[in-house]
Design a protein around this ligand. Structure first.
Ligand code: UDX
Length: 437
């Protein structure tokens, strides 16, 4: 493998993973971030996101001198063969991706890029962004390539080093090939294409995943109604390789930093182009409706008996959008908590990843550091994140603290018999239940 000089702009979970992993593959990497405090911390291998294996890789990179952190973006690119843009593209007005950070960095580096460099869009950006960045750079000697990431939070290092595929797209085949070569040691299937196809691939992947989840959550409702079991039905269909078993676990709706943002961005792109994509609209709407249905289900079984939850105390187990992260961005648990709160519920929440005080959550929930404290005097428990810790809880103790018996297992992670032994009633998603209360 040819060692390349790489610059990575932005050290969020995508940028930092990209930088640290490329250094571990033997490339010389300079990571730049506009936050000087963060750069200082990274120079000491202090990683402020929960990403298994990442602090170790950062330390290895620093020790081998293959990985450096700087605050000066133009300086980072001056010597680079390949420059990765790993910048935030949050949901902007009307759901469209906000490209301000990408555009600002393009302006900052345009005069600094060495002759013949390749600039890579790694962040998820709308179709046409490679061309837009090329226009902003105004450097005919520099190529712009799209190389979308498919990294799951909490598994980013693993996903980077064991990719299902690598997609690289650009107008010049030579530039795309140069980017693909960075990954030679990973031996993954390679799709080399044009920039628009690479950009669309990322949106297509996240839309398809979201669609699978909305499908699974709707199917769960059918199972509840018709006396079927969602686990058996998804196993039954999942063995068909055309369908696949992954990503069919029902839950409290899908969330996180990517699927909601990317599905809305794709919808906004379609609307701007005058293209109707009913499946995409239905995927998003189904998620909203599914959460409303779960809230209704909790309310219908509360002691109030009138659909309101006025003064009803509930224990929430899990607030982050999925286990293994500390990320609350677009968390389905928060969406459900907000609706419960609107109906007047008093929420006591425990999440193993949220150990510090969170003033930003104080209007919504009382965050406690122990699941038993959350259960104290609550009428029911709602499991909203699939932390394995919840399976192992002392459910007898939980039952002793509760002022009710119902456990809404909205992640299907608990053991039915264990809860029954503790005198509790477990209701999962996607299998029939008898209304309590
Ligand atoms: C996602 C994509 O998987 C990844 O390829 C992309 O690059 C970024 O977006 P991530 O946001 O880390 O990754 O989360 P993911 O593991 O995909 O989960 C997304 C949401 O779906 C979570 O709320 C999760 O709890 C939910 N989910 C996932 C389910 O409800 N059931 C499942 O079977 C899988």
């Amino acid at each position: 493998m040819t060692e390349r000089r790489v610059a990575v702009i932005g050290t969020g979970y995508v940028g930092l993973t990209t930088g640290a992993c490329l250094a571990s593959l033997g490339h010389r990497v300079v990571c730049a971030d506009a936050d000087p405090g963060k750069v200082e911390r990274l120079r000491r291998a202090e990683v402020d996101i929960l990403e298994p294996g990442l602090p170790e890789l950062v330390q290895e990179g620093l020790d081998s001198d293959l990985l450096q952190f700087v605050g000066d973006t133009p300086a980072a690119v001056r010597d680079a063969d390949v420059v990765f843009l790993c910048l935030p593209t949050p949901m902007g007005a009307g759901g469209a991706a906000d490209l301000a950070a990408v555009e600002a960095v393009a302006g900052e580096i345009r005069a600094e890029l060495p002759h013949g460099a390749v600039v890579v869009n790694k962040s998820t950006v709308p179709v046409g962004t490679a061309d837009r960045v090329a226009a902003l750079l105004g450097r005919p000697d520099v190529s712009v390539v799209s190389n979308p990431e498919f990294l799951r939070e909490g598994r980013a290092v693993h996903d980077f080093l064991h990719p299902d595929r690598i997609v690289v797209g650009g107008a010049e085949a030579e530039a795309a090939r140069r980017v693909a070569e960075l990954y030679t040691d990973l031996a993954a299937p390679l799709v080399v294409t044009d920039a628009a196809s690479a950009e669309l691939t990322k949106y297509a992947a996240n839309f398809f995943l979201a669609m699978k989840l909305s499908f699974a959550n709707n199917l769960a409702t059918l199972c509840e109604r018709f006396g079927a079991d969602i686990g058996d039905v998804t196993a039954g269909i999942g063995h068909d390789p055309r369908i696949g078993a992954a990503f069919l676990q029902p839950g409290p709706g899908w969330g996180g930093s990517c699927l909601p943002k990317d599905t809305h961005a794709l919808l906004s792109v379609c609307e701007a182009a005058g293209i109707d994509f009913p499946l995409l609209r239905a995927t998003i709407e189904t998620n909203v409706e599914h959460q409303a249905r779960l809230v209704e289900r909790v309310a219908a079984q509360s002691s109030r008996g009138d659909g309101s939850l006025d003064g009803v105390r509930l224990a929430l187990y899990g607030l982050v959008f999925k286990a293994g992260t500390a990320d609350l961005r677009d968390s389905p648990a928060l969406a459900i908590a907000r609706q419960l709160r609107e109906r007047g519920a008093e929420l006591y929440a425990y999440d193993p990843a949220l150990t510090e005080a969170r003033p930003d959550l104080s209007d919504l929930v009382t965050l406690v550091d122990d699941p038993l404290k959350a259960a104290e005097g609550a009428e029911a428990v709602l499991v909203l994140t699939e932390w394995p810790d919840f399976l192992e809880l002392d459910w007898e103790e939980v039952a002793a603290r509760l002022d009710g018996r119902l456990v809404h297992d909205f992640r299907n992670v608990l053991d039915q018999e264990r809860l029954e032994r503790a005198g509790l009633v477990r209701q999962s998603i996607g299998s029939p239940y008898t209304m309590a209360g």
